[in-house]
Design a protein around this ligand. Structure first.
Ligand SMILES: *Cc1c(COP(=O)(O)O)cnc(C)c1O
Length: 362
């Protein structure tokens, strides 16, 4: 069986280093707000190319802190895409804000043309999702538009650690970048985790307070807050894994290129732009007979997945809003994610390609 993801393979590779990390953090006696969290933040801010990084308990918690730190009023509109993981919209709702869900184009990202149609006086945030690890090609135009209109640009970089465009990394372009280190992301920890990146000192200082009960120090609170910290243990593990991320992302890219080259030409494959702006968190193809192919591959020992079978605007909480997003709805019925992870073996990739192509020929 070729699993859709096999985390135990990576664990086996890193086992000794991780055990060492566990011993070091254990002996430090600091398990939250400790020196390993500080070190993580220093190293990750440098990696992304921003002044500040704040480790948090998950992307979702991080997003809630960010909305709070921006001081947005209730019912402020946040523009984002429907073709995403439920959390990107959930965090907007949990913050008492109004999601305005927009469509995507053939890159599975949104673009400025689509966004502009949904901008209103109440729009205060635009949050493009860097879906499957890809930065939108017109992100700098989106940024310019945001600055002109005094709208915050939040990068949902949950799937895009290390993704680059014109030498800028995901998380260094907007006002704020939010990342997930859920185990299934390109750099995952052992449990939940995430981090926020920014160059804005005011937002940064608020985030530090908000993540730790609003406390300025042990006893004095500056505001109400949350408990949304990244543990020192996961911070340490993430710091160790960061040493591999460029290599792993390159491997993802290579696998995507191989799929693109050898999969049957009747399949719609991701466009690999010469900007190389994707780290291929997922490799997504499209075809009419998606469900049959999925079954066929499973019978042949290949696990696949769908990102995402139900667009957020069609979940039962929003279905009454009667939003119509043609691409999102069409794609949700045709998309299929093939296995892509750095420990996937060449012979497994070949096997997957052979089986997909066999299905098409039949
Ligand atoms: C995974 C993911 C999230 C949520 O991340 P958590 O760390 O699990 O809260 C948000 N947005 C996108 C695009 C994601 O893929």
């Amino acid at each position: 069986m070729i699993k859709f993801v096999d985390l135990s393979r990576e664990f086996k590779q890193l086992k000794n280093k991780l055990i060492n990390d566990f011993i070091k953090v254990g002996l430090s006696g600091q398990y939250v707000n400790g020196k390993n969290l500080k070190k993580f933040e220093k190293i990750f801010s440098k990696f992304i190319g921003v002044k500040y990084c704040v480790g948090v308990s998950s992307w979702t918690d991080g997003a809630i802190l960010v909305f709070k730190a921006m001081g947005l009023h209730k019912n402020t509109e946040v523009i984002t895409t429907s073709n995403s993981f439920i959390a990107s919209c959930g965090a907007i709702i949990a913050s008492g804000l109004k999601p305005v869900l927009v469509d995507v184009d053939e890159t599975y990202n949104t673009n400025l043309k689509i966004i502009k149609k949904s901008v209103s006086k109440r729009t205060k945030v635009i949050m493009p999702i860097y879906l499957y690890g890809r930065i939108p090609e017109d992100i700098f135009n989106i940024k310019k538009f945001c600055s002109q209109k005094k709208i915050f640009l939040i990068e949902d970089a949950a799937q895009a650690i290390g993704a680059k465009i014109k030498n800028r990394k995901a998380g260094s372009i907007g006002d704020v970048g939010i990342f997930s280190m859920h185990p299934l992301k390109n750099l995952g920890v052992y449990g939940d985790g995430g981090f926020i990146t920014t160059n804005n000192a005011k937002i940064y200082n608020k985030l530090l307070l908000l993540r730790n009960h609003g406390l300025k120090n042990r006893d004095v609170a500056d505001s109400w807050g949350y408990n949304a910290r990244l543990s020192d243990l996961n911070a340490k593990f993430a710091t160790t894994k960061l040493k591999y991320i460029n290599k792993w992302n390159k491997r993802h890219f290579k696998i995507a290129q191989t799929y693109n080259k050898y999969l049957d030409s009747s399949i719609i494959k991701p466009r690999i732009s010469n900007l190389k702006n994707s780290v291929f968190h997922n490799y997504v193809i499209r075809l009419k007979k998606r469900d049959e192919l999925k079954k066929f591959l499973y019978k042949n020992g290949i696990e696949t997945s769908i990102h995402y079978p139900i667009p957020i605007h069609q979940q039962k909480m929003l279905i009454n809003n009667k939003i119509y997003l043609p691409n999102t709805e069409k794609f949700s019925k045709e998309m299929l994610s093939l296995p892509i992870y750095h420990s996937l073996k060449d012979k497994e990739i070949k096997y997957i390609i052979d089986k997909v192509n066999l299905f098409i020929k039949k």
